[in-house]
Ligand binder design. Structure first.
Ligand code: S3P
Length: 167
């Protein structure tokens, strides 16, 4: 079983889909943001505020090298900017969770913990800037992806089934 790397924009549902995938498969789940938070013993928001984005991207680089050397049978859910790491293809099959920007924001806002979800993501603070970031990143996500799962109006469980059929 090859590793699967879940990429996609903030809030698209990478974590929720990963949780569904491990319920019905042999994959082990790892989340790059969780790894970084435990390595640093602090929240992503704090890392951005105290040390800035470049410092965070360097932590992502360390994680990507560790993943390449160390993981097997693993589903890796990633932060929205992790796709920039150069060795992604060496880690596993890349699956993009895709949805239009406005649908992603609608999905976050409909969540009971919407405020928390927005607050913990420094790059979602300004929605206008976030939309620009989405526009710049989407073609890059599509270029990298081996498999695309359109998550619009689908539950995490439906997305997980589709993913497992396609990998
Ligand atoms: C980021 C996405 C976040 C987190 C950090 C930066 C990005 O993860 O890694 O705030 O650059 O898109 P999620 O995609 O899980 O929100």
């Amino acid at each position: 079983m090859k590793n699967v790397i879940l990429i996609g924009f903030m809030g698209v549902g990478k974590g929720s889909v990963a949780r569904e995938v491990i319920k019905s498969s042999e994959y082990i789940a790892i989340d790059t943001d969780d790894l970084i938070e435990s390595m640093e013993n602090r929240k992503i928001k704090n890392i951005f505020e105290t040390d800035g984005e470049e410092y965070f991207r360097n932590l992502e680089k360390n994680v990507s090298l560790w993943l390449e050397a160390s993981v097997k049978n693993t589903l890796v859910s990633t932060g929205g900017g992790f796709y920039k790491q150069k060795n992604l293809k060496k880690i596993g099959i890349i699956v993009l969770l895709d949805s239009p920007f406005d649908e992603i924001i609608k999905r976050i806002e409909a969540h009971p913990n919407a405020a928390k979800k927005l607050k913990k993501r420094p790059l979602l603070k300004d929605l206008k800037k976030a939309k620009e970031l989405y526009k710049a990143r989407r073609p890059e996500y599509l270029k990298l992806a081996d498999i695309v799962v359109d998550v619009t109006n689908k539950s995490a469980s439906e997305c997980s089934k589709e993913l497992l059929k396609k990998v």
